[in-house]
Design a binder for this molecule. Structure first.
Ligand code: SF4
Ligand code: SF4
Length: 700
């Protein structure tokens, strides 16, 4: 009776405090903005359930980096899921020592469940002990921080990590000893408990410790019951105050994750009554962005994969997210009490910006990001970074007018010459001189429009890639045309740099040109053009099929329309560098590799960081147009990674990658030894010549 009263009081107090804490966090989510441009309707239900099954319950990303730690997490996750029934049983026994969940009698589900419970209690205990050893002795960088700034993180989470691991360990051990003591005390007189001994081998084995002293067994069992339940209640109340809040928020976070194309940024609506030009204060982040912040497990997989962190920039994505989360927590009461505006904004309450030179998130942190998505790909709970970085950049560019000075040139170039180099727009078609390429005006019935893009038009090395692709198209007799002087910049760089207004201006202009010309099929040889035309232009009424060069050329070869000349042996070791926008943003990994493999003599190797784990060349997120003030530059690091496989040629399929890796090779003085070529150039070098060439030969 005393136990029941005491237990009831404690339970009410603990659950009440837990509910109050949870409500504080939850009320911020309720008040947060919803303008993330995404759909949360019944049509997205199936993909949402699918991603929840794969990533939350299947724990897919835990098999990616640091597998031993991943396996430990999977054991702990499934252990907790399984042991929920044990927790309910133990709670119920506070009022009735014989309590069992309906159908969980030992002769029904309870028997097999008891077996699973015993095994998981041991497995989780072992996993947690290894976890404690890693924290105390191994101390991996992934957990302890990468940058001087990130050391702050490890300081605050040290005690928390130890405490949580000790808590879990205590829950597992007390669960086993509760059953063991109970068996020792009652198995002789209670047939159900005796039957439990057949199903629960570990508890039964432990019960032998008390075989000669059943009284001691009973005392240990009662003590274990209190330890188990009190630790669970403390654990529950620690969750909302710690990184272990992810136990509650991670599954919803995965469920509400992006189901739109990964490379699609939301179109900012400048016309609504209460326009938002960027996000900088805690009240401006969307509910999903706040849920991301709540869900971080601080595992550090994002920072491990981040090229900015790897080259000593002040950005470490985990720290960036934790700093954002701390700002939300610090403003929680204000956020929850703020009068919600029509669009979810916090009405009259004012908040300080999260990014400023005197704040943990400085401007430089935000400008260091390459928007390469390596962090998102690695994150086990699918936290998104690129949208937050772009939102904050929009604030810096469009509201605060604070951005690196060199971007003035790129913005002006796009505004006046419709290319970020600022080269005279009259030079856009110089690459086509002597190539006899029709424009859409000359050939309005062309099947494809080849949208060349700024990189392929203005950069001298990339012009060779453009010419090679055109040569292949012509050899195959593909019906295509270009826009010629009507082609304009698609604005991708402006958007990634936070200049959404400029992006929308350019996107309106180009999409109108495409619509006026009744374009239905577009060819590109640039991942940035591919991504924005395919995934983002539908917001501007774009209704066309976008095909990338490697996909079409692969088909042309398979269909026999392009013949590979087996006598033209390439005879070189090639390593392919994945661009982020074909790769992680659009899952295009195989087609360029398949093409290289079809070239006679080409021996394709791989870098350690390739495909999903590939590393940005240093130009992503508009960094192409920024100076890199650092001891270590991203393009040099990536070039070193490529050189490790001792290639003769580094193959690329992005104009920016070609420039960045090419500059890395030049700086290392290896231009005579290692070539940098677009995949189209490699293919063009091995195709059979038609009898009467229709275009000049391209010098290598
Ligand atoms: S997008 Fe790339 S550069 Fe930016 S934080 Fe993520 S990993 Fe780092
Ligand atoms: S954002 Fe994801 S990958 Fe990074 S620390 Fe948090 S949970 Fe880990």
């Amino acid at each position: 009776m005393v136990t029941a009263i005491l237990w009831t009081g404690l339970l009410i107090a603990a659950l009440g405090y837990f509910g109050w804490q949870l409500w504080g966090r939850f009320s911020v989510l309720l008040k947060a903005r919803r303008d993330d441009g995404r759909k949360y309707d019944s049509k997205t239900l199936v993909p949402r359930l699918k991603q929840t099954l794969i990533y939350a319950f299947g724990q897919k990303k835990f098999f990616r980096d640091d597998q031993p730690a991943g396996v430990m997490h999977i054991i702990i996750f499934w252990g907790f899921v399984t042991l929920l029934f044990q927790v309910i049983t133990m709670f119920g026994r506070g009022w009735d020592p014989e309590f069992r969940i309906p159908l969980f009698g030992v002769n029904a589900l309870g028997g097999p469940y008891g077996f699973a419970k015993d095994i998981f209690e041991v497995a989780v205990w072992v996993a947690v002990s290894i976890g404690l050893f890693r924290w105390a002795v191994v101390r991996p960088t992934r957990l302890f921080g990468f940058l001087p700034a990130e050391k702050r993180l490890s300081e605050h989470s040290h005690w928390e990590a130890y405490l949580i691991l000790i808590f879990i360990s205590a829950i597992m051990a007390s669960g086993l000893f509760y059953d063991a003591g109970r068996m020792a005390a009652y198995a002789a007189t209670n047939p159900e408990i005796a039957a439990e001994m057949h199903w629960q081998p570990v508890s039964a084995a432990l019960s032998r410790l008390f075989a000669s002293n059943p009284e001691l067994g009973l005392t240990i069992s009662n003590l274990s019951w209190w330890v188990h339940n009190l630790v669970i209640l403390c654990f529950l109340n620690l969750l909302p105050r710690s990184k272990h809040f992810h136990i509650i928020t991670a599954i919803p976070n995965v469920f509400f994750g992006k189901v739109e194309p990964k490379g699609r940024l939301a179109k900012r609506d400048f016309t609504v009554e209460n326009p938002l030009f960027g996000r900088s204060t805690p009240d401006q982040f969307t509910a999903k962005q706040v849920l991301d912040m709540y869900s971080c497990t601080e595992c550090g997989r994002c920072s491990t994969n981040c090229p900015a962190t790897a080259t000593g920039k002040p950005l470490a994505p985990r720290q960036f997210l934790v700093d954002l989360r701390n700002t939300i927590y610090a403003n929680q009461t204000k956020l929850a009490m703020a009068k919600t505006g029509t669009d979810g904004a916090a009405g009259e309450v004012t908040f300080e910006p999260v990014v400023a030179e005197d704040k943990p998130i400085s401007d430089e942190v935000v400008w260091s990001c390459l928007e390469c998505r390596a962090c998102e790909e690695a994150c086990p709970v699918n936290i998104e970074y690129v949208d937050k970085i772009v939102d904050i950049r929009q604030h810096l560019v469009q509201e605060a007018s604070r951005f690196p000075a060199e971007l003035n040139r790129a913005f002006k170039g796009m505004e006046t010459q419709s290319n970020p180099w600022g080269i005279s727009s009259a030079e856009r078609t110089t690459w086509a001189d002597g190539f006899d390429v029709p424009t859409l005006m000359e050939k309005p019935d062309a099947e494809y429009l080849y949208y060349v893009g700024c990189g392929g038009s203005f950069d001298s090395n990339n012009r060779k890639a453009t010419q090679s692709f055109v040569r292949i198209l012509k050899e195959a007799g593909v019906s295509f045309a270009i826009l010629g002087q009507s082609e304009t910049c698609n604005g991708d760089s402006a958007r990634r740099l936070g200049n959404e207004y400029l992006y929308q201006t350019l996107a309106e202009q180009l999409s109108n040109t495409l619509k006026e010309n009744n374009v239905k099929k577009i060819l590109v040889n640039c991942p940035h053009c591919f991504n924005t035309l395919k995934n983002e232009y539908p917001d501007f009424g774009g209704d066309w099929e976008v095909t990338h060069a490697a996909a079409l050329v692969g088909k042309l070869i398979n269909d026999g329309k392009v013949k590979i000349d087996t006598k033209k042996s390439f005879d070189k070791k090639v390593v392919y560098h994945d661009s982020c926008y074909y790769g992680r943003f659009n899952d295009i990994y195989d087609e360029p590799r398949n093409l290289i493999n079809q070239v006679p003599g080409a021996q394709l190797g791989e870098m350690e960081r390739c495909k999903e784990k590939g590393m940005c060349c240093g130009a992503g997120g508009g960094r192409m147009w920024m100076e890199e003030k650092a001891d270590q530059r991203v393009n040099l690091l990536r070039t070193d990674q490529a050189l490790e496989s001792k290639p003769d040629v580094i193959a690329t399929s992005c104009p920016y990658c070609r420039i960045m890796i090419g500059s890395g090779i030049n700086e290392k003085g290896l231009a005579d030894k290692v070539g940098v070529m677009d995949v189209m150039e490699i293919v063009a070098a091995s195709i059979a010549e038609s009898k009467e060439p229709t275009q000049p030969k391209i010098s290598p």
